[in-house]
Ligand binder design. Structure first.
Ligand SMILES: Cc1cc2nc3c(=O)[nH]c(=O)nc-3n(C[C@H](O)[C@H](O)[C@H](O)COP(=O)(O)O)c2cc1C
Length: 169
């Protein structure tokens, strides 16, 4: 089972369409970060200590965490905002903090970032490196794709790359 965290604030636009094409092939369930109530991590550490995996915040995150724990694959689709993932994406990613070594074991992470930049631009290299650090830290495999979606022509090429990535699973 696979989940996709789709982090674009723009419904039906490039990142959404890439995530949907990916899910069509992989059968992944898409969680649209803009549609869920997920507060920013407080960094209180409760979930990793007395909370025993439960966050102090009462919002939609427990349901997402449950799905993330069950999934053997997690994918993140986000537009690039200022050389980073969007705020919507980051809210959900930070709140995966209660997941421990056992929860991550054997999972793979796929990250597809889209932006108004060429596929070989520095920002995708930087983002790839950043996600690689995260994946190494939690000891899981990473597949990263950075794609140009400046216009519909670039998007068509990006879509093809995402379909290939999905089919490779
Ligand atoms: C606040 C903001 C910051 C952005 N920063 C970047 C950036 O650093 N690099 C980039 O390539 N594109 C950047 N973009 C462009 C978006 O990544 C690009 O338009 C993308 O296709 C949007 O995806 P969407 O169609 O799913 O919304 C930025 C856009 C916004 C609104």
């Amino acid at each position: 089972m696979e989940i996709v965290i789709a982090g674009s604030p723009r419904k039906g636009m490039y990142s959404d369409r890439l995530a949907q094409a990916y899910a069509e092939i992989t059968g992944a369930e898409i969680i649209y970060a803009r549609n869920v109530k997920v507060g920013p991590c407080h960094g209180c550490g409760w979930c990793r200590t007395k909370g025993n995996g439960i966050c102090v915040q009462k919002d939609d995150m427990p349901e997402i965490l449950e799905k993330a724990k069950k999934a053997d694959k997690i994918a993140i689709f986000s537009p690039v905002y200022w050389w980073q993932m969007t705020a919507q994406t980051k809210l959900v990613v930070d709140r995966l903090y209660p997941m421990g070594e056992e929860d991550w074991k054997g999972k793979t992470l796929t990250v597809v970032m889209n932006g108004a930049a060429k596929d070989d631009d520095n920002e995708f290299r930087l983002l790839n490196g950043q996600f690689q650090e995260m994946a190494d830290f939690i000891n899981i495999g990473l597949r990263f794709l950075g794609v140009d979606t400046t216009d519909d022509e670039a998007f068509a090429k990006a879509l093809e790359k995402v379909r290939v990535l999905a089919a490779e699973e």
